[in-house]
Design a protein around this ligand. Structure first.
Ligand SMILES: Cc1ncc(COP(=O)(O)O)c(C=O)c1O
Length: 385
């Protein structure tokens, strides 16, 4: 049996070594606190669960779903985009249901990238942007992204020959893992660049609803000319604590949305209609739950940032996302600092180098741990001083 060559080129699993060390400590009966996973600890709002309970009893929902998503779901997505960003979309041609945004992001490569092509991905980012290219036997050009450029991926100096083979530019702000947020000027520059070089701009907006201190994250589709070259990915996972439900949507340029839909028509048969009905309740129902959740994350963010600063670790206080991106102390690497926190404080964080070439020298701390455990982790980190 021979597996496809492309599988040999996938980046090694992010957590291999840390996971092994964590398992060894847990085996010894040690209480280890994980601040590594970006999976909300709070429950899905009641009105969404209630909508699901009702929807699951409808026999019509037990049949194959609409491949592109029910029209009602796509209308709810369009309504959300209008209410949240004042972006007007045609639900029939400019919105597509996804089985989680990860699925859509990964399959976008199948729709746009041939073997030997390039995708442009931030040098620190969600691993699926480059992993999806690898699975198409395509290549990734990592756009420089660092503290000096405000973690806004730099596309100014991409070699011409490589640019000629590029098909998609991936961006994602508010950013996982750095917490950076984009400016309108940056989005405008990226749109102009993609139009000039005939690229699809794929913007990942998974964290747009998790904002702090009054910040309101935008959609790239608000910007002039965006509908000419952009597709944007939305996820209900973080906005409504629905990671396990697997529901999201893609929207934007009709040609891009249709191309992704064509790939999906050939691969899956759509998301369970009952889940789409629950998602309609989330997108169009009361939104207080989102504000309440953001207040909890904001308090946790402050706890973590204070604790890190108390032990001399440099980090920005993010305006959005559920992550704190922290510089490791001098003399440490991402891996060594994560190992030290694990072995000496029994706290798990994610080494930044797992997010791409420029993630070295950082660790990512997730705010999705219940308050009492987070406080305990923070005390343990502080006691390292
Ligand atoms: C930046 C980013 N994009 C997309 C996703 C995928 O989210 P989902 O597939 O749950 O919608 C995640 C999940 O953590 C993420 O961090």
């Amino acid at each position: 049996m021979q597996t496809a060559e492309c599988l040999n080129h996938l980046a090694p699993y992010l957590f291999v070594q840390i996971d092994a060390k964590k398992a060894a400590l847990v085996d010894q009966g040690i209480d280890v606190i994980s601040l590594a996973v970006g999976d909300p600890d709070m429950p899905t709002p009641d009105h969404v669960v209630d909508a699901m309970a009702e929807a699951i009893r409808k026999p019509a929902n037990h049949q194959y779903p609409d491949y592109a998503g029910s029209l009602e779901y796509r209308e709810a997505c369009a309504e959300y985009m209008k209410r949240r960003f004042n972006v007007t979309l045609d639900p029939r041609t400019e919105v597509l249901a996804l089985i989680g945004s990860k699925e859509g992001i990964a399959h976008l490569h199948t729709a746009f990238v041939d073997p030997g092509d390039y995708v442009l991905a931030p040098a620190i980012g969600y691993p699926v942007y480059s992993g999806g290219a690898t699975l198409q036997s395509a290549n990734t050009y990592f756009m420089p992204m660092n503290k000096e450029n405000g973690f806004l991926a730099d596309f100014d100096d991409i070699p011409e020959d490589l640019l000629a083979k590029a098909k998609i530019m991936f961006l994602g702000y508010p950013n996982n893992p750095t917490g950076a947020c984009a400016t309108d000027e940056y989005f405008d520059k990226a749109i102009a660049f993609c139009l000039e070089h005939d690229l699809l701009l794929a913007h990942d907006n998974a964290y747009c609803d998790i904002c702090y201190d009054g910040y309101v994250a935008p959609s790239i589709l608000e910007r002039p000319h965006a509908m000419e070259c952009c597709i944007e990915f939305y996820s209900l996972s973080k906005s409504y604590n629905m990671t396990g439900w697997r529901i999201g949507f893609a929207c934007g340029n009709a040609e891009a949305v249709q191309a992704l839909g064509t790939v999906k028509n050939n691969l899956d048969s759509g998301q369970f209609t009952a889940i789409q009905e629950a998602a309609i309740a989330a997108l169009t129902g009361p939104q207080d739950c989102v504000a309440e959740m953001c207040a909890i994350y904001q308090r946790r963010r402050d706890l973590v940032v204070d604790a890190l600063r108390a032990i001399g670790v440099t980090c920005e206080s993010p305006k959005a996302t559920i992550y704190v991106w922290a510089k490791v102390p001098d003399g440490e690497t991402s891996e060594s600092f994560a190992t030290k926190l694990l072995e000496e404080a029994h706290v798990v964080v994610t080494p930044g180098n797992g997010y791409g070439p420029e993630g070295e020298g950082y660790v990512r701390i997730s705010l999705t741990t219940p308050d009492d455990r987070l406080l305990e982790a923070v005390e343990r980190i502080k006691s390292l001083v």
